[in-house]
Design a protein around this ligand. Sequence first.
Ligand code: GLU
Length: 289
Amino acid sequence: MKDVVTRFAPSPTGRLHLGHAYSALLAHRFARDRNGIFLLRIEDIDPGRARPEYVDFILEDLEWLGLSFDDAIVYQSERLPLYSAALGRLKERALVYPCFCTRSEIAAEVAASAAAPQGPDGPIYPGTCKHMSDDERVLRLQTEAHAWRLDTAKGVALAGPIHWQNDEGEVRAEPGQFGDVIVARKDAPVSYHLAVTIDDAAQGVTDIVRGMDLYASTHVHRLLQALLDLPIPHYHHHPLLSGADGQRLAKRHGAPSLASLRDAGADPGELATDLLGGRLPAGYSATGP
Ligand code: GLU
């Protein structure tokens, strides 16, 4: 049987909080229970938000929690050629198109339309740049900053019916509902969706243990796997932790960090046992799936 490989893939954009600890512990236990491999991947492709000092803090916090990793740590910032190659394959098959829109242009267009459906990254892109003439596209490509968007409808048509295995059973992937997501950003040669899909395949990840907040993104990742001929891992989306105010830690600014728990004298072994046993510190709760 194929070895089980899981990973924890934090973005170094802040200190880790209890929600991160929960996710890392679950992924670690999943691998260890199956004599598998547990990897750490630093998702540092966001030039505006990722900071090297946060990588150090992540390593410190995970060590404090008692988590050990197998193999070298992978940094997404060092793998840009891999992502460009994947983007190149999508370009060759005309599955992506350049998008010149600014955030405010998209917001204005969304505001002006009656329906404003939401996708994993915010409002669904209204498709402005998809319908541009070839001449205009060629001209603007030479001078204007641009992102690349997946032509999701085309991808869905090409891929046919696709599914993934989640804890509760088989899920039909319906990426069409999220519109044309970004696969390469204006300020970075890749987006979260493309990088994570490429890396999970390249690292041989068999089981993705991550929070319910990324469930919607899985529809998109599954489509990218189909279009790029990548293996399909199994998914285990876990509940999200909320603080005393009922707000999810993942969404909240100023959620108590692991460092603050450590400074307050928390015992990491006890904390890990409690979290894995479903016992949360006073004031916290778990929601979904
Ligand atoms: N880097 C992502 C985050 O910190 C997680 C990626 C994933 O687990 O797929 O939210």
